[in-house]
Design a protein around this ligand. Structure first.
Ligand code: ATP
Length: 132
């Protein structure tokens, strides 16, 4: 099976760079499965784990929004933050989830509500990605 290069980059560092067979990501208008030779496109991403499949193995990477650019033999994801499963501090994510849930349960301004929802999505994505 042919491969394509997957790069995941944040303003701080290159989080991921591997040749993979399939990239599965959650675009704002639905899930996308990308293989070599896919039509070029650019889409904003949801806060969700990205799945990189190589042979029989699959790795998850937490990607916190941003954009995915698909080229013929390359996928580049640019996001404000991203982490490989092994780099995720699960207890930190559980604490962030707890804080966000408490904020959502309390009375607050609309803008804080939206921020808490995004923090909750980041925390849940990290917990899912770490697989714990
Ligand atoms: P927290 O409230 O725990 O800081 P957050 O969602 O506000 O979480 P971000 O602003 O998304 O954190 O990320 C700030 C930096 O910390 C980024 O570099 C991100 O990769 C890293 N980071 C955040 N949470 C975790 C985690 N649970 N494990 C590993 N790295 C994390």
């Amino acid at each position: 099976m042919s491969t394509l290069r997957l790069e995941i980059v944040t303003p701080e560092r290159k989080v991921y760079e591997e040749d993979v067979n399939i990239v599965i990501a959650k675009g704002v208008s639905g899930e996308l499965g990308v293989q070599a030779g896919h039509v070029p496109l650019v889409t904003p991403l949801k806060i969700a784990p990205v799945r990189a499949k190589k042979g029989n193995s699959e790795e998850l990477i937490a990607v916190h929004g941003g954009f995915m650019e698909v080229r013929t033999d390359k996928v580049v994801i640019l996001a404000e933050a991203a982490e490989r499963g092994a780099d995720i501090d699960v207890s930190r994510a559980l604490q962030a989830k707890e804080r966000a849930e408490q904020r959502l349960a309390g009375k607050q301004e609309e803008i804080d509500h939206r921020r808490a929802e995004l923090a909750l999505q980041r925390a849940v994505t990290r917990i899912q990605t770490s697989g714990k």
